[in-house]
Structure formats: C-alpha cells, structure tokens
Design a protein around this ligand. Structure first.
Ligand code: NDP
Length: 448
C-alpha cells in the first residue's frame, strides 16, 4: 500500500478521463476522478451525441418531403424545437447517468467539483480538501475559442446551442469548420435562415478540395449563404434583442443568434499546471510524449487538452493506452495514422488517409479515381444532389492511401472502408471484391 491517497487522480470525466479511470481501476489501481461540470464531457454532454441527435432530427425535413415521391401522403408537418431539445437533453442526462454508473461499478471515487494541481502529486478540490496521488492524469478537454471583437459577449458557442429557448429565425455562424457546417445543416433543415461567415476563403480546411467544393455547392443550393474573407468586426445588440453582425468587406447581417465556431482551445487555464512545472505549448496544450507523459514524470495528459487530434475516439484510445501502459503492464502507443473522420453536414462527409493534394506532395505520382453519382433514393425523390467518392492510390505500390466521400450515409460507409485503408489494401483488392448491389457503397469497388 502506497502512502498516497490514490494511485491515480484524474482531472476531467470526459471521454479520455472516464476510459483511463475505469481501465486503471480494472487493473487494480485506486482511482479518483474530479469533474466540475457533468460526467461524460464535451462529447456526451454538449458535443457529438446531442449534435448527432439534432442531425437526425433535422434530416426528417428532407425525409418527409421525399416520402411523398415514395407514395406516402404526408400532410404539412410542423417542427417543434422545444420537444426535440428536451428529448435530446433528457437522453444526455440518461447517458451521463450511465457514465457515472460505469465509474461506480469500477469503484472509482468521483468528486463532483473542480480540482487544481498544487504539486506534482497533489491536487486541491474547490472546498479546500487536498488529495495526494502517485500519478495525476489531466483530461480536461478543450473549450470553444471566441475571438475578441466588440460585442463578442452576444455570441453563443456550441456549449449553449443545445439549450436555445426557441428556434432562431436567422442564424449567423462564424467559422467554416466542423461545427459551422454541421449546425448550418441542422438549422437550415429546421427552417432558419443560415449564413456562414468565414475569415478565409475555404470551408473545412484539411478535407479534400473536391469534397469541400461539393458540400459548398450543395449547401448553397439548399439555401445556406456564405460570406468569405469576411472577418467579424462587431456584434451590435438592438433593443428588441436581435443582433446585427458587422463584417469587414461585407454588408452587415441581422441575426437572432450568432454562433461562434472558430475552433477549440485546450482547457488548461487556472489548473496550476505551470506552477507544477508542466510544459505547455503556445496554445496552452500540455506537451506529452508518446506515452502521454508530460514534462513532470508523475503527470500525464490525454485527449483534447494535448491538442493532438481533437476527436473523441482518439481521446478514448489515449486514455486506454495510458491505463494499460501504466497500470496494466501492457505498454501501448496510440497509432495516429489513418484516423477516419466525418463531418455530419447535410449531406455528410467521411474521410480517411491522405487528400489528393497531400498524396501528390508526399508520394509524387498518384492515381485518383472518382465516382460522381446520384444516389438511387435521391433520383426517385427528385432530389438533384450528387454524391462524390474519391479514392487516392499510390502509383508505385497500388496501395489505397486515401478515401474521401460526401453523400448519404458517407460516415457509415467510410468507417468500414477505413479498415481496408488502415490494413494497407490495394486498388486491386478493392477491385477483387464483388459489388453489393444495389448500394451506394458498391461504388468503392467499381471505381474505374
Ligand atoms: P474547426 O477547427 O473545425 O474550424 C474552425 C474554423 O474557425 C475555421 O474555419 C477557421 O478558419 C476559423 N477560425 C479559426 N480561428 C479564427 C479566428 N481567430 N477568427 C475567425 N475565424 C477563425 O473548429 P470547430 O470549432 O468547428 O470545431 C472544433 C473541433 O471540434 C474540431 O476541430 C474537431 O476536432 C472537433 N469536432 C469534431 C466533429 C466531428 O468529428 N464530426 C464535430 C464538431 C467538432 P481557417 O480555416 O481560416 O483556419
């Protein structure tokens, strides 16, 4: 028995922290976790999960219209934001309970309060209680970044967007990344007038150019407006509570809500990290090595707080690897190659591996195969919306090094295809697989 109160103290009960806590406990460690807000973290409480439920809710707008082409007499339907919001929030509360239950089942001690570091092996809780631990894991995630400009306090972020009192008629979204495009799709389907305002001239930097262009074109066709090279100058709040957004290079835009989605920063402020000697980078991210260890040997970090790849499944892998390595006698290093990702826009995007531009830069000669098609369901529905699949192949080895897709269910299809890319399969392997007909996914094995 060590002299410490716990073998492991985890700060933050999000995806990475909960996984690390329960796995470390299952390896026999005495574990405590502190959470100042709600168990589950960003993904469960105010991110992936409630967002995906809103995406499902929004998609009914199209499904109800399309159903008429498939023979259903659908009366004019009204959407009730309050009902969806409350159902989504109730589901979040249910999941929060399950996460808490998981910790309890693994005999992890949960402190529902803020904890800060007061030394390499000591934390202080908000009530002043001091607790020692042989190792401390920081898993405090990220926080929405809001650029400074006059009136920025009138904007909301993804933290607040799930709780709106009513459906806004006019939505202005700052940023052109994941959150901007996902919520643009959601609000647009619900009938709000949506304008995306971006400081640069592209959306979804990092995704393949042709796929981004396709989303832009479809989004515009659906009625979403875009302003590019338009930095936010100020937000003015009027007496009736409505907002006017003043932009550089563009006319002002009136809005009921302004959603800022300009990236997320590591949540490290006020945690006592600098005093404990933990090295941070210029953005405040904890610097860790491949074993998730910081510059202080007893302090580790996983997930968005380290700003490696800001995705839930990556944080979970890091939490698992940390616990297995440190408490399970099974040294594990996370492999960051070919991590698949998705944007749950309307329609959604799925991607794994190199974009065409990256592959040309890195590999020199590549072969690119595309399928630009209208999904069978869209044809009958009279929906003029084309899917685009793109495969990038290394000319020298025939290996598939990138897959990029936009279209119905693209993330679902991509997850399965990512196994093949991760396994290093070749274009010939894809070709050798018989098509499953009729499906959209069959395009992947029919690329010419
Ligand atoms: P993103 O990084 O996706 O996009 C940020 C956007 O904001 C970019 O368009 C960027 O422009 C712009 N921007 C950055 N800094 C400024 C600034 N100072 N002023 C004005 N605009 C700025 O961030 P999000 O907020 O959309 O999402 C945060 C993270 O959460 C994502 O990176 C992702 O890791 C994660 N996430 C993942 C999802 C998923 O997996 N489906 C869904 C939602 C979030 P520019 O391109 O010029 O840099």
């Amino acid at each position: 028995m060590s002299n410490f109160d716990f073998d492991l103290f985890v700060i933050g009960a999000g995806s990475g922290g909960v996984r690390a806590s329960r796995v470390a406990a299952s390896h026999g460690a005495r574990v405590a976790v502190a959470e100042e807000y709600r168990v589950g973290g960003t993904c469960v409480i105010r991110g992936c999960v409630p967002k995906k439920l809103l995406v499902y809710g929004a998609h009914f707008a199209e499904d109800l219209k399309d159903a008429r082409h498939f023979g259903w007499d659908v009366p004019d339907c009204k959407f009730d934001w309050d009902r969806l919001r409350d159902n989504v929030l109730a589901e979040v509360t249910r999941l929060e309970g399950l996460y808490g239950q998981t910790l309890e089942n693994h005999k992890v001690t949960l402190f529902k309060t803020r904890a800060t570091l007061i030394g390499p092996q000591k934390v202080r809780l908000a009530d002043g209680q001091e607790i020692s631990a042989e190792r401390i894991l920081i898993a405090t995630g990220g926080w929405p970044f809001v650029p400074e400009f006059p009136g920025s306090e009138h904007a909301i972020t993804s933290n607040e967007v799930f709780h709106l009192d009513k459906l806004p008629k006019r939505v202005v979204i700052a940023g052109g990344g994941y959150i901007a495009n996902e919520f643009a799709g959601i609000f647009n389907e619900f009938g709000s007038k949506v304008t995306i305002v971006n400081r640069g001239d592209t959306i979804l930097r990092g995704y393949d150019e042709q796929i981004r262009d396709r989303l832009l074109q479809i989004s515009m066709t659906k009625g979403i407006e875009f302003r590019f090279n338009a930095p936010f100058e100020s937000i003015e709040k009027k007496e009736d509570g409505s907002l006017t957004v003043h932009l550089g290079n563009c006319d002002p835009i009136d809005a009921d809500i302004v959603l800022v989605a300009a990236g997320r920063v590591p949540n490290t402020k006020g945690l006592g990290l600098e005093d404990a000697g933990v090295e941070l980078d210029k953005d405040g991210a904890i610097q860790v090595d491949e074993t998730n260890q910081s510059s202080v040997p007893s302090i580790y970090a996983v997930g968005d707080v380290t700003n490696r790849i800001q995705l839930t499944p990556v944080a979970i892998r890091e939490g698992q690897a940390f616990a297995d390595s440190v408490f399970g006698g099974k040294p594990t290093v996370v492999d960051y190659a070919n991590v698949p990702s998705a944007v749950f826009s309307h329609p959604p995007i799925g991607a794994v591996g190199m974009t065409e531009a990256e592959a040309r830069n890195k590999l020199g000669t590549v072969r690119v195969y595309t399928s630009d098609f209208r999904a069978m369901k869209n044809v009958l529905a009279g929906r003029n919306e084309r899917a685009l699949y793109k495969m990038i192949v290394n000319e020298a080895t025939d290996q598939v090094v990138g897959l990029h897709m936009i279209g119905p269910d693209a993330p679902e299809i991509l997850q399965a295809a990512a196994v093949a890319v991760k396994a290093g399969l070749t274009k010939a392997d894809f070709d050798a697989t018989v098509a499953l007909h009729p499906s959209m996914a069959e395009e992947l094995v029919l690329l010419k």
